[in-house]
Design a protein around this ligand. Structure first.
Ligand SMILES: Nc1ncnc2c1ncn2[C@@H]1O[C@H](COP(=O)(O)OP(=O)(O)OP(=O)(O)O)[C@@H](O)[C@H]1O
Length: 629
């Protein structure tokens, strides 16, 4: 490792790459519609500490030549770095990388923390210094971004007139309100390197590099921004009212750069480029945590709930619903809801969601005809195609979560379940220090078990139980989860370090890992055995049966969202120790197809069971009521 990596950080070169556009010193290449020369593409390389470099790729470029350019720029040894684009590790070919893509450059086997210096540009004479992009560049070409494009123009004009953005004080991540020329807030910008735990978080929640597991372990640090955009793109026909959102490269001096990643000289008023989500600012009166919820329209709650289920939102706390009072005749007391903050949706594994609306009476009212029609028309595979096209950095594991949850919603609604019932079936029961898989997770575990059996029977299979379909149980703290463990129903657990854990493996400091290894091994073994016993019992005893009864949710029994009411705790305390019972990343395409088939077969009995429980409850309630008289 180069000593230079430990040297004080200098951001001035990174700034030099981008400094001109706001002052108008450089020609704005794209402003008048000029395109990159044929065969050339501009990309944005983001280092793990948040520095952003614009880079022109030639037709002849490959990962090595790009890394070499970056090596010169950053004084960073190429052989010790990885260049990634979503799931793709760019070893050579760059054809999958589109124009304006954000790439991530990470160091291998290097201890990274908030104090890790920025990989900062070192040389003057680089092609990428001629980053002639506008102050706000939208990454992606979807027609859905036309509104955001206009907003970007308004903001640019305002900034040039000296109308500065302001920092948002609420929330755990860095966020900024950008204004138009009249001084009105028009957008909220959230830089990806200022998320909770990210290196440049301005509120003290630091400690991780981009790409490492974040506040939710199945959502990596630096990847909440594109999830915000995904939620907007998935919100077809603006059904749930998600404000227009795009991923941008944005340059301004207001953005935060923490000491340790700062230049040695003062960074005050220095321009910094960031990859960020940019969302339309919605003027509102309050958020859903501040008043009663009884006047929320049923259809607004349903529409937001439908979105939350599709994207498995793990963070729908009441602060993430803005409320606008409607003016006008006959509108007294009427409100409109605006869902925000979808950064913790589309996790890479089936997670425990957080649905604030689950106990609101509106969620127990049956879906309307229009809602049922919308749900019936949802096409999860089409949605995946759209996201692959518009946001190619979305990971395949997240797309699989989208598919599972959308299918679940469609089948459940078609079987007559209401929003609250569907939400409950997706939510885990949490007891202190203990979590059980939700009903959707039990269905998935059973589907995995069945294809495990099928594979074992198949003549194509290798010998013995070891070759049965394998899936992961979560071994988050474990360092050795690779031993195969026999499991009832013909399952084996093996190779339990999932993709996310593998990322950790390559990015965490090895020495630190070793120090923790012994004590973690013991803990992991214990946790593993407890989880397996729990799963074994749950599958054996319930198989979609009695389990449903155990999973009756008690209002208030849920722990609050990690974000909610968390302002006074440290980032470490807030790290939820969530478990992943069902991991999807490592299934081959063939296994995934077989799994989906079984999954769909098993949904019907699960819904029937749920309906009979609901019916039983209603009968008991009626009986209880009649007894009172
Ligand atoms: N589109 C929007 N329009 C208006 N205000 C918004 C919008 N998005 C966010 N805000 C405001 O900014 C605050 C912080 O935003 P947001 O909740 O998205 O950030 P965060 O750092 O992810 O927060 P949290 O830690 O609460 O999840 C919100 O509480 C809300 O008041």
């Amino acid at each position: 490792m180069s000593r230079k990596l430990d040297s004080p950080v200098q951001t001035q070169m990174a700034v030099a790459l981008v400094k001109s556009p706001l002052t108008g010193e450089f020609r704005e290449f794209n402003k008048v519609g000029l395109k990159s020369p044929v065969g050339r593409r501009r990309v944005f390389v983001q280092t793990e500490t948040g520095c952003v470099l614009g880079l022109e790729l030639d037709r002849s470029d490959n990962a090595h030549t790009v890394k070499r350019k970056l090596q010169v720029a950053l004084n960073f040894p190429t052989e010790e770095s990885s260049l990634t684009f979503g799931d793709l590790v760019l070893n050579n070919d760059l054809t999958a990388v589109r124009r304006d893509s954000p790439l991530l450059l990470t160091r291998n086997n290097f201890h990274r923390s908030s104090s890790t210096p920025c990989l900062s540009p070192m040389k003057d004479d680089l092609q990428q210094r001629r980053d002639e992009s506008s102050p706000i560049e939208i990454l992606g070409n979807s027609v859905s971004f036309s509104f955001v494009k206009q907003m970007a123009k308004d903001i640019t004009k305002a900034v040039k007139r000296g109308i500065d953005p302001v920092a948002v004080h609420s929330g755990l991540g860095g966020a900024y309100y950008f204004k138009n020329s009249r001084g009105e807030s028009v957008a909220i910008v959230k830089p990806t390197d200022e998320e909770p735990f990210a290196p440049n978080n301005p509120k003290g929640f630091v400690g991780k590099a981009l790409g490492q597991p974040g506040l939710k372990r199945s959502v990596r640090v630096g990847e909440t921004g594109y999830r915000e955009v995904a939620a907007y793109l998935l919100d077809k026909e603006h059904f749930a009212n998600v404000p227009p959102t795009a991923l941008v490269k944005i340059t301004h001096s207001i953005f935060n750069v923490n000491s340790g990643v700062k230049a040695s000289k003062s960074t005050e008023k220095m321009l910094v480029s960031k990859i960020a989500s940019l969302q339309q600012f919605i003027p509102h009166d309050y958020d859903a945590s501040e008043h009663g919820t009884s006047n929320f329209p049923v259809s607004a709650v349903h529409r937001i709930g439908i979105l939350d289920i599709r994207i498995l939102n793990t963070d729908r706390h009441s602060g993430n619903l803005l409320v606008k009072k409607l003016d006008g005749d006959g509108m007294f007391g009427q409100v409109e809801l605006v869902p925000i903050d979808h950064g913790l949706s589309l996790p890479e594994t089936l997670e425990d969601p957080y649905f604030e609306w689950i106990h609101w009476p509106q969620a127990s009212i049956p879906f309307s005809e229009d809602e049922l029609k919308y749900i019936a028309n949802l096409d999860p595979f089409g949605d995946c195609e759209m996201l692959r096209r518009e946001l190619p950095m979305v990971r395949e594991a997240s797309l699989r979560v989208l598919v599972l949850c959308t299918i679940f919603l469609k089948e459940a609604a078609a079987n007559g379940l209401c929003l609250a019932e569907i939400g409950e079936m997706m939510t885990r029961e949490v007891h202190p220090g203990d979590e059980e898989p939700s009903e959707i997770e039990v269905v998935c575990l059973e589907a995995m078990s069945l294809i495990g059996e099928k594979e074992a029977e198949s003549p194509r299979s290798d010998v013995g139980s070891d070759v049965e379909f394998q899936f992961d149980i979560d071994c988050e703290e474990a360092t050795d989860c690779t031993k195969k463990l026999a499991f009832p129903l013909g399952l084996t657990f093996g190779n339990a370090r999932n993709q996310l854990s593998k990322v950790e493996e390559t990015t965490e400091d090895e020495e630190e890992e070793e120090d923790k290894e012994e004590e973690e091994n013991d803990r992991a073994d214990l946790e593993k055995m407890q989880t397996i016993t729990k799963l074994s019992m749950s599958l054996k005893s319930t198989l979609l049966g009695e389990k449903s009864q155990k999973y009756q949710k008690h209002p208030g029994a849920r722990v609050e969202s990690a974000y909610a009411s968390s302002a006074h705790r440290s980032a470490d305390e807030q790290m939820p120790s969530s478990t992943s019972f069902v991991k999807l990343a490592e299934m081959s395409e063939e296994e995934w197809t077989m799994f989906l088939e079984k999954y769909q077969e098993l949904l019907y009995p699960a819904f029937e069971k749920r309906k009979s429980i609901t019916l039983g409850q209603k009968q008991r309630q009626r009986l209880g009521t009649s007894c009172q008289f």
